[in-house]
Design a protein around this ligand. Structure first.
Ligand code: GAP
Length: 503
C-alpha cells in the first residue's frame, strides 16, 4: 500500500473513532478481532444507507417485496445451499509462528510447481520478464487481465507477482520461515451454536453466513401469501456471520456484518435481460449516493471465474486505500438454489404461469451487497482535506466528510453566534422546528463558531445555520453549505423549507 493510502486509512480510522463513527468492539477488554461497533454518527450513517436502499428497492417499486427472516434456520437449509461441507476455504498454518492463511493466497494450491518455476525465472533474469511471461501463461483470466493492465510498468508487475505469492510458494508470509507451512486443510466459515439445552450433534445450528437462503426458504410463502406474479423480487437486510480466517482492512472483512440482498425471480428466458438490468441499476445506485469518482468500477467475471451454478456475475468494486475490492456482487444464479431446496425439502417450488400454462423453476438474479462495505466506501470517498477561513478570515486546513446529504448522519446544525441577546433562544427554536419535522439536527452553542463549523464538517453535516446580530434586526440567519462554503441569508422561518428542498 503506498504511503499516502496508508496515511489516508490511518486518518480515516482515527476520525471515525474520534467522532463516533466506528469503534472497536469491546475495546475496553482489548477488542475482539473482526467485530466492530458503530457509534452515534456511524449508526445514523448505516441506518441511512439501509433506509435509502429499502426505500429505493422495496418501497418505490411494485415488483419487490420485503422480508425479515430469522438468523438461525433449520440446519438442512445449509446442507441444501452447500454451506455445510462446501462453505470452507482450504487453509494452511505456519508451524513456526502459528499464523493461518488462505491456501490460495500463500501457496497457490496446485500451483506450487508454477510458483517455483516463476520464482526461479524471476531470480535468473534481471527484469523479471521471463517470470511475467510465465505468470501470464499460467494465470487465470482475472490475473492475466491485471498483468495486462500493469503493461510495461515493471514495478506494478513485480508488486502484483509478489502479492500473488508466485515467488514464495512454501514460505510463511508472516514470519518468513521456509518450509513451515502445513498442507492445506478445510476450515468451515460458519459459526456453530446449539439450539436447546442439550449440546449434542442433533442440536447443532448455525448463524447464517448470508441472508439469501432465508429468502429462498420463504420464496413459496411469499408467493402464496401475496399472489405476486413473475418477475418479482424479495429483498432483505440483515446480519450475517462468517468466521473469517483473516478479518482485515478495518470493517471490510468482518466476522459479523450486514447484507442487503435481493433475489429477483424471473422466467429463464428473461434472465439475461434482468441480470443486465440489475447489474447496471446497482452500479448507478452507488454513483447516485456519492461514489462519483473513478474509484468505483464494474467488473464482469470471465467464464473461468464463475461459480459452477452461475451463468453470469459482475462485481461492483471500489478502490479502497488498501486496494480494489468488492462492494457488491450481481449474479445470475440460474435455477440452482430453488432446485436444491426443492430436492432437500421435498416441497414443490415450481411456478405455474396462468397465462402460458407453463410450470417451471424460476431463475434468480441476485444483487448482494454489504452494508458495512458500502459505509466504508462512502466514508473513504467522503474524506477530504481542504482549506477554509477561520473566524478571522485566515485560511486553515480543514477535514470535511463530503457525505451525500441523504446519507449524512446530521443534516442541519444550528448555532447562536454568541450566548447572549436571545440568540440561543432563537437558534433553539429553529433547531426544535427542524428536528420535529424528522430531520436529524444538532444544536451547539459551545466555543468559537469556527470550531463549531469544523466539528460539523468532520461529521459530514451538509448545512449549518447561524443566528447572529442581524437576525435580531431583520429575522434572517446565515445558512452555510458544507462543500462550497457559500453562505446565504434566509428568513429564520424559512430554514425548514430550505433544507427540505435540498435534501
Ligand atoms: N448471497 C451471496 C453472497 O453472500 P458474497 O459475495 O459472499 O455473496 C455478498 O457476499 C456481499 O456481502 C459482499 O459483496 C460484501 O459486500 C458483503 N460481505 C461478504 N463477506 C463480508 C465480510 N466478511 N465482511 C463484510 N462484508 C462482507
Amino acid at each position: 500500500m503506498p504511503d499516502s493510502n496508508n496515511s489516508l486509512m490511518e486518518k480515516l480510522v482515527a476520525l471515525c473513532k474520534r467522532r463516533g463513527f466506528i469503534f472497536q468492539s469491546s475495546e475496553i477488554y482489548g477488542g475482539i478481532n473482526g467485530f466492530w461497533d458503530y457509534g452515534p454518527l456511524g449508526v445514523e450513517l448505516k441506518r441511512n444507507i439501509k433506509a435509502a436502499w429499502w426505500e429505493d428497492i422495496v418501497r418505490k417499486r411494485d415488483d419487490i417485496l420485503g422480508l425479515d427472516a430469522s438468523i438461525i434456520m433449520n440446519p438442512r437449509v445449509w446442507e441444501a445451499s452447500g454451506h455445510v461441507g462446501g462453505f470452507s476455504d482450504p487453509m494452511v498454518d505456519c508451524r513456526e509462528c502459528k499464523s493461518r492463511f488462505r491456501a490460495d493466497k500463500v501457496a497457490m494450491v496446485g500451483f506450487t510447481r508454477n510458483g517455483e518455476e516463476l520464482f526461479s525465472a524471476a531470480v535468473e533474469t534481471d527484469d523479471h520478464s521471463e517470470a511475467v511471461d510465465l505468470a501470464r501463461s499460467k494465470a487465470n483470466s482475472k490475473t492475466r487481465k491485471r498483468l495486462d493492465q500493469a503493461g510495461d510498468d515493471l514495478t506494478a508487475t513485480v508488486t502484483l507477482l509478489s502479492k500473488l505469492q508466485y515467488g514464495h510458494p512454501t514460505q510463511c508470509p508472516s514470519c518468513g520461515a521456509a518450509d513451515s507451512l502445513t498442507e492445506p486443510r478445510q476450515f468451515n466459515l460458519m459459526f456453530q451454536t446449539y439450539v436447546g439445552a442439550v449440546h449434542d450433534d442433533s442440536a447443532i445450528a448455525y448463524l447464517r453466513p448470508e441472508t439469501a437462503q432465508g429468502i429462498f426458504a420463504d420464496y413459496k410463502n411469499v408467493l402464496d401469501s401475496t399472489r405476486v406474479k413473475l418477475p418479482f423480487g424479495i429483498a432483505q437486510i440483515g446480519k450475517a456471520f462468517r468466521n473469517e480466517i483473516n478479518p482485515r482492512n478495518y470493517t471490510f472483512r468482518s466476522r459479523e456484518f450486514e447484507q442487503m440482498e435481493i433475489e429477483f425471480f424471473c422466467h429463464p428466458s428473461e434472465a439475461d435481460k434482468w441480470y443486465t438490468y440489475w447489474r447496471d441499476a446497482r452500479f448507478q445506485w452507488y454513483v447516485d449516493h456519492g461514489l462519483t469518482s473513478s474509484k468505483l468500477r464494474l467488473r464482469d467475471h470471465q467464464a473461468d471465474e464463475l461459480a459452477h451454478y452461475a451463468a453470469a456475475c459482475a462485481d461492483i468494486e471500489y478502490e479502497f486505500p488498501f486496494g480494489i475490492s468488492e462492494l457488491e456482487g450481481v449474479a445470475n444464479r440460474t435455477d440452482y438454489d430453488l432446485t436444491r431446496h426443492q430436492q432437500y425439502s421435498g416441497r414443490d417450488l415450481t411456478y405455474f404461469d396462468d397465462d402460458t400454462k407453463e410450470r417451471f423453476v424460476p431463475y434468480v438474479i441476485e444483487p448482494s451487497g454489504g452494508v458495512d462495505r458500502a459505509a466504508l466506501a462512502f466514508l473513504c470517498e467522503a474524506y477530504t482535506e481542504d482549506q477554509a477561513p477561520d473566524e478571522n478570515g485566515v485560511m486553515q486546513q480543514r477535514v470535511v466528510m463530503k457525505l451525500h446529504p441523504r446519507l449524512a448522519p446530521i443534516k442541519v446544525a444550528v448555532f447562536p453566534l454568541v450566548k447572549k441577546e436571545s440568540m440561543p433562544e432563537i437558534a433553539m427554536e429553529i433547531y426544535r422546528r427542524v428536528k420535529a419535522a424528522g430531520i436529524a439536527s444538532f444544536y451547539d452553542e459551545k466555543g468559537a463558531v469556527g470550531r463549531r463549523y469544523r466539528r460539523q464538517d468532520e461529521a459530514g453535516t451538509p448545512f449549518c445555520v447561524t443566528v447572529d446580530g442581524q437576525t435580531l434586526q431583520d429575522g434572517t440567519v446565515t445558512i452555510r453549505d458544507r462543500d462550497s462554503l457559500a453562505q446565504e441569508r434566509i428568513g429564520k422561518d424559512d430554514v425548514l423549507a430550505y433544507v427540505r428542498d435540498r435534501l
